[in-house]
Design a protein around this ligand. Structure first.
Ligand code: NAP
Length: 279
């Protein structure tokens, strides 16, 4: 019997998953680089996660992305978890090894930084304090990444104080926790300002933090990318700030997984952005 080479499969695991832009992104890259492979949305309910993830390698999957609500639970299922995924407390990228083991990593933080480096090449992370609005899952990846690139102080404000306090205990003395109502007053000398809340996203509550004290020298970025130009970014740009939208983070966090699964490091460029936005 001939041993036929299998076409590599990958996908994004979530619940629900129909809204995900990842299939359009990976599908675009597969087509662009003329590669064999498929990337599909995989809807798995929380109670089925452990059982179904373990069957994917046998079906020909070489890896997967993981999204809400499974990013934390997957750590307890993977055989190997990278240090950064363990520190963040969540994984977004799985590699199914030839020996059957599941390797879990988190590329949100590196995707966040790569997006800023590409969108604002003059950004100097060590130039001053960063303000991080929000303390949810994405904020943990952002905080870890900002510390790694040398931000001297990170001011965190979150509606639910306990989540910000948890960041302080997990990431140490560089984190300074403030009340949510104080958020606007933290901005005056900030070199980097990041919205990691879902405020301003289509269908969610409006972003209402006052930007009156924001310095025009600050780099301002929003993790929300629907809409692409959020009210927060529009106001910051009007104050003279350099702004970077959140779509690039989504694209950059996807690149390492694509490279591991399909063998080509994909470009994140205007054509990639256009392909995902039009999907
Ligand atoms: P999450 O864990 O649910 O956290 C949501 C955050 O938003 C929390 O800090 C929450 O505060 C805050 N929030 C929600 N409603 C609020 C309100 N009415 N007033 C004040 N704060 C409010 O979600 P996540 O995974 O961190 O994602 C956060 C956002 O980032 C989402 O919009 C997501 O789409 C986006 N994201 C983008 C990328 C990308 O690649 N660009 C990657 C990951 C996430 P509480 O703690 O008080 O609830």
């Amino acid at each position: 019997m001939t041993d036929h080479p299998r076409i590599p499969l990958a996908g994004v695991i979530g619940h629900p998953i129909a809204h995900s832009r990842s299939p359009a992104l990976h599908g675009y890259w597969l087509h662009r680089y003329g590669l064999q492979g498929h990337y599909i949305p995989i809807d798995i309910a929380p109670g089925d996660l452990a059982d179904l993830v373990c069957t994917l390698p046998r079906l020909g999957f070489v890896g997967a992305n993981v999204t809400i609500p499974h990013k934390e639970a997957i750590l307890g299922i993977a055989d190997h978890v990278t240090d950064r995924a363990a520190l963040i407390g969540a994984a977004n990228t799985l590699i199914f090894r030839k020996d059957g083991k599941i390797h879990a990593d988190n590329t949100d933080g590196s995707g966040f930084i790569a997006n800023l480096r590409q969108g604002a090449p003059k950004w100097a992370p060590a130039a001053g304090p960063a303000v991080v609005l929000g303390a949810g899952g994405a904020a943990r990846a952002v905080v870890a990444a900002l510390i790694e690139v040398g931000v001297p102080e990170i001011r965190v404000a979150n509606r639910t104080r306990a989540r910000a306090d948890a960041l302080r205990s997990d990431f140490g003395a560089k984190i300074h926790v403030h009340e949510w109502v104080q958020a606007g007053s933290l901005l005056a000398d900030a070199a980097t300002v990041v919205n990691t809340t879902s405020l301003g996203m289509t269908g969610k509550a409006d972003f209402r933090v006052s930007l009156e004290e924001l310095s025009p020298k600050a780099l301002v970025t929003d993790l929300v990318y629907t809409p692409l130009r959020t009210q927060f970014l529009i106001e910051a740009e009007a104050k003279g700030c350099t702004v970077v939208d959140g779509l690039g983070m989504l694209l950059h966090q996807a690149a390492p997984g694509f490279e591991r699964w399909f063998g080509v490091r994909p470009e994140v460029d205007d054509a990639t952005r256009a392909a995902v936005m039009s999907a």
